[in-house]
Design a protein around this ligand. Structure first.
Ligand code: ARG
Length: 264
């Protein structure tokens, strides 16, 4: 079974997640708080970050995945998050703490588009675009990165999400983490990552080889941001914040044209 299939299985049987995370909780160093090892983020610094909810989620918040507002009525997320019935989805914007129902906005989803080349075998093209019933008018949207050279070793993008923290932060609360771009060679050199579909042309390898922090379950589909542009989408990884296993992101630039067609 590939890790991504494993991830999808986890989504359906969410109860196991905590058990898996216990082993990583002790490895997140104090240097930087997730996401695993992240710090609190505010809605004002990431207004385009949204939560994708699903009625099948076991958590009370119904948190399912992350997403990013790319037009008033369009949310980009991961294809592996978008396999349920359209009517089962919702999108929340403006609510850093998901228990605070007095804040933010909610919209139902009227349409789900999954990238036609999405492959569950290789995890390639892990992109989906949701159309909102109620546009989030007035909320700043995030521009797509179109330059494939923006993914370069040494850049330091930031990942945002409400996903699991392995007790490094509060649950269901927007966290952020700077994750150094480690370069494609790093992930291609990791046992299992190439077999699991990692490809230089369509993925970004980012995070910490020492397990300092990482995106985690529930962050999938959320934004990886560099210089005010959407560089990538949280896609997969082995566990979360495990030493030697950084995060894998779906790279926007190579598919920006295809995505833009879905966004207007
Ligand atoms: N696939 C997971 C999800 O559905 C998140 C993957 C990111 N994992 C990682 N270790 N960076 O939320």
């Amino acid at each position: 079974m590939t890790w991504s299939k494993f991830d999808r299985m986890l989504k359906r049987t969410a109860a196991l997640i905590t058990v898996l995370l216990l082993s990583t909780a002790g490895t997140a160093s104090a240097r930087e708080p997730l996401v695993v090892g992240g710090t609190l983020a505010s809605v004002s610094e990431a207004p385009w970050a949204v939560v994708l909810t699903n009625t099948a989620a076991t958590r009370e918040s119904k948190r399912w995945c992350g997403g990013v507002l790319v037009a008033a009525n369009k949310v980009l997320t991961a294809a592996h998050c978008a396999g349920e019935r359209v009517a089962s989805y919702g999108v929340i914007q403006g609510r850093a703490d998901l228990t605070d129902h007095s804040l933010g906005r909610f919209s139902a989803v009227s349409k789900v588009w999954v990238h036609p080349a999405y492959s569950t075998a290789t995890n390639r093209n892990d992109f989906a675009v949701l159309t909102l019933k109620k546009p989030m008018t007035g909320v700043p949207v995030l521009r797509l990165e179109t330059n494939p050279k923006a993914d370069r070793r040494g850049a330091v993008p930031t990942v945002y999400g409400w996903g699991d923290t392995a007790d490094t932060g509060p649950d269901d609360t927007l966290q952020k983490l700077a994750v150094p771009d480690l370069g494609d060679a790093t992930c291609l050199g990791i046992k299992g990552y190439a077999e699991n579909g990692y490809t230089a042309a369509a993925n970004i390898c980012a995070g910490y080889m020492d397990g300092t922090g990482d995106a985690c379950q529930g962050d999938s589909g959320g934004p990886l941001v560099l210089n005010g542009r959407l560089l990538g989408i949280v896609s997969w990884g082995r566990g979360c914040a495990e030493p030697q296993y950084p995060g894998v992101y779906a790279e926007i630039a190579p598919v920006a044209k295809t995505l833009v067609e879905q966004v207007r």
